[in-house]
Every structure is written in structure tokens, then in C-alpha cells.
Design a binder for this molecule. Sequence first.
Ligand code: PLP
Length: 366
Amino acid sequence: MAPLADRILMGPGPSNPYPEATAALVHPVLGHLDPSFLDILDETMERLRRVFKTSNALTLPISGTGSAGMETAFVNVVKPGDPVVIGVNGFFGERMCEIADRLGADVIRVEAPWGEPLDPERLVRAHPSPAVIALVHAETSTGVRNDVAAVGATKGDAILIADTVTSLGGIPVAIDDWGVDISYSATQKCLGAPPGLAPLTASPRARERFVPRPSSWYLDLTLLSKYVEGDGVRRVYHHTAPAAMISAIHAGLGAVLDEGLDAVWERHRECGQLLQAGLEKLGFELFVAAEHRLPELTTVVVPEDLPAGMDEGAVRARLLDHYDIEIGGGVGQLAGRIWRIGCMGHAARPANVHALLGALGEMLGR
Ligand code: PLP
């Protein structure tokens, strides 16, 4: 077996596709009160604004994984009884419903079959005056891109929440131009750092509607803003900043911005296209129609003619053990039915795509 560090990560897993963040982590970690660390925190927030394409002052890394970002978004703007329209065409839209339901919202689900995009018009017409409309930009469970810009253009008075966990740094995201009020992401997908933080941005409009004393103290954005922005005089301690993780995302974002957002998006587009064309050439059926596919997350229907004695899990295990390549299985209602192939961040390289196509072709005799 190759050293773990040599493994190719084509989906979420144990290998290390985060070279810049790893380099940052091997340096001595600065104390969380060190003025130099606070400069890194400020610069991280500025880098996040550039990647989110926003001028929102309140743009910060939430301490926690992507789900903490999701919970932060909802808990700060949803009150019991609020009509909250949620687009559901995959596992993470379902999770949004669960969170809004726990907050006592009147959840209005607008569904599309898993593997198909949401209809923006149905979302904005689902309720005459929703407090919030929420959807996932890049549904990692299916590989579908939902049209956030179209919802933002017609959202009316609602607060628009967009999950950009699998899109930020992989495909175009433009928070201000699209009229998104709150968006959150995660470090581990296309931003080049290990899991552990949820970058989040909130517009001035969203801030005007923040719930006073939300039910989560830890995720209270009003309190958090007093730490990251200060109270006009100085930072007000809220919780100890996870200094190592912030150094990691600072480095990951630096790499993204050094390459340039346009170049990063183009690299993902090219690799996604190469992968998807290669899979089709090998005779695989892709789960999503070409016009709605994500380049950074490709879903493949598990073929019925797998070699004798092999199921889809055995194929993934063999890819990992013999080729040092990791791909993901299906989740939720797609468990066992699809493979999910990530081609994200640093891992989105033609060499990785060719390695995976070669391995699949060899293993499955295609
Ligand atoms: N939203 C989307 C679209 C995701 O893909 C994920 C995780 O993969 C999440 C939210 C939750 O993020 P995490 O698992 O980092 O908590």
C-alpha cells in the first residue's frame, strides 16, 4: 500500500489533498491571543469575502464543520412559526428542513426528484410572504447544481439562505450579485483545508432581521460579530478561536486566490468534463443530465454487470486498497445505487482523473 499521503482523494475521505493547509499546520501554531494570529484571522475574513464575492462585513469562519454553518444560518433568522421555504432535492436539503423544523418554523418543502434541479419559480411562489427561502447550491448527495441566482432575483422580501459547501471555490458563486443574504460553506471541499470550519457570510439585510437571543448561544452571530468586528473599541471574547484551523483555511484560501478564481473554476470545469466524458466512454451511465451536472462532484449509476462476487462497496474498497484512490458511495435514498466522485480543490487535476479512469477500466474490464 502506498503511504497514506500519496492517496488520491476523489471524494470525502482520509487522504490529504490539502498541501498548502498542511504546510501551514506544520509551523508552530500561534497563540489565539497573539496579535499576529489576529492579523491572520482578519486576513482570512478578507480572503473569504473575495471568494464569496461579497462586501458583507460579517464574513467569518464558524468553529465547526459545514453543518455548523447551516445551523448558524437558520438559528439566527428563523423564529417559531416563521414560514420557511426549503428546496429539497437531496440529502442536504433534507437536513435544512430538519434544522428549521427543530426551530419551530412552518417548513414549506419544495421538492424535485433526487438527480434533478429545483424549479426556482416554484420556490419563490411556494408562499406569499416567506420569512426565509433556502436551498443548496451544489447538492453533494446527487451531483446537481441548483440555480441560486434565479431564486435571488425573484426572492421578494424573504431572506435567502444558500448552502455553498460544495460550490465555493469550485464553480462560480457571487453572493452579492445573486442577492444571497446568508451563505455558508465548509473548508474540506474546494477551499483546500481539512474539515473543521464553516465559512459564513451574512448581508446587512440579514443582520437587521437577526433573532434577538437565538436559541444557540455558541452560534449567535450578534455575539460572534463582536469578536470578529469588535464592539467599536476592541474585540469582545466569545469563544477561543481554533487557531490551527484558521491558519489552515488562511493558507487554503491563499492558494485559491493566488491561482485566481477564474482559473480555479476553469480547472474544475475542465477536470469535470474530462472525467464525465471518460466515464461515458467507458460505458458508465451518469446519474444527472449534462446541463445540471457539477464538475466537482460526479455521480455514476452503479452498473449491474459488476465482476462476479463484487458489489459497489467492494469496488470502492479495491480502488482504495489497490490504486490509492478514494471515491464515495451514495447516501440516503441513493445508498448502494450510485458512486460519488469528487474532483475538488487541489485534487481536481487531469492526472487524477486519468488515474481513476484507468483504474476503473482495468478493474471492471471496460
Ligand atoms: N451541505 C452540503 C451540500 C454538504 O455536502 C455537506 C457535507 O458534505 C454539508 C452541508 C455538511 O457539512 P459537514 O459534513 O462538514 O458538517
